[in-house]
Design a binder for this molecule. Structure first.
Ligand SMILES: [Cu+2]
Length: 180
């Protein structure tokens, strides 16, 4: 309890621009959560983050919830014959001592039926549910529409677009008939 109180106190001292909040439960840490801003009218968004496990911890991500969205899904991306394909994952197994990095072009979390567009500078509340670690809540900072990483860690701040990203293409095109 004491540690938790101390952490909360420290977090309160962080400037509002420091979005990334790590959260840990039973050897599972969720870190660097961020989302991309959505174009006007879009009702689908994407969230990226890292899930790390301690050396002695194995677990399974079983679901994600967000008050910002009607529904969330975990997706994997892979190139098949030069085409980016997405597949819904029901769960993700976490091996001991690993860091699973969800990122653009890779695995990601989709937010469907967004209550409102995600705007640069907003934060999105997320709760990740794990089989053993239980619920871990984090806040995802919303970065620019073409961002390739969280704020403060952007590698292509020039807004260089990757042709495979969700943006520039509707999610229906991107995901084919896999949802709804
Ligand atoms: Cu997707």
């Amino acid at each position: 309890m004491r540690t938790k109180f101390l952490l909360l106190s420290l977090m309160a001292l962080l400037p509002a621009t420091a979005f990334a909040q790590d959260a840990t439960s039973k050897g599972v840490t969720v870190a660097n959560a961020w989302a991309r801003a959505t174009p006007g009218g879009a009702t689908v968004g994407a969230v990226f983050l890292e899930i790390r496990t301690d050396k002695a911890t194995s677990d399974r991500l079983t679901g994600i919830a967000s008050p910002a969205a009607g529904r969330t899904e975990i997706h994997s991306s892979s190139m098949e014959g030069g085409v980016m394909k997405m597949r819904r994952l029901e769960t993700i197994d976490l091996k001991p001592g690993t860091a699973l990095v969800l990122k653009p072009m890779g695995d990601h979390i989709m937010l469907f039926d967004l209550k409102q567009p995600l705007k640069d500078g907003d934060t999105v509340d997320l709760t990740l549910n794990f089989e053993k670690a239980g619920a871990i809540a984090v806040k995802a900072g919303v970065a620019g529409i073409a961002a390739m990483g969280p704020k403060g860690a952007q590698t292509n701040s020039q807004g260089k677009k990757d042709s495979m990203s969700h943006e520039g293409m509707s999610h229906d095109q991107m995901h084919g008939d896999m949802h709804h």
